[in-house]
Design a protein around this ligand. Sequence first.
Ligand code: SF4
Length: 125
Amino acid sequence: MKELVCITCPNSCRMMVEQKGGKWIASGNRCPRGQKFAEDEMTCPKRTFSTTVRTAWKDVPVLPVRISQEIPKENIFDVMEVINRTTVRQSIGRDDVLIPNVLGLGADVIVTSDCLKEYLEEEDR
Ligand code: SF4
């Protein structure tokens, strides 16, 4: 028996999860998504995350980015390493793909702000 908090929605249901007949069964969840979260969490936990990436411009030193879809929790530090080794050297803005299919995980690293693009457009004027 394991206690989990479902992070799928803001209700944050506190659940008990136990293995019965080879399946993980959740209780305490207010909706079926809690059962799915519990199964995933017990077999292959996944997460999305947001962070920042370095740029080559001192006036806009970092750019916010996010992962386009959930990746296995165990790969988060490896993906963070890739992002930390990256320096943005091109004009790139919101929803642009910075790193496609990072580490072959099927998720892209996506830019979430136009701050660099706007800065470079301003510089060109
Ligand atoms: S079990 Fe359903 S209601 Fe509860 S936190 Fe998860 S998604 Fe939200």
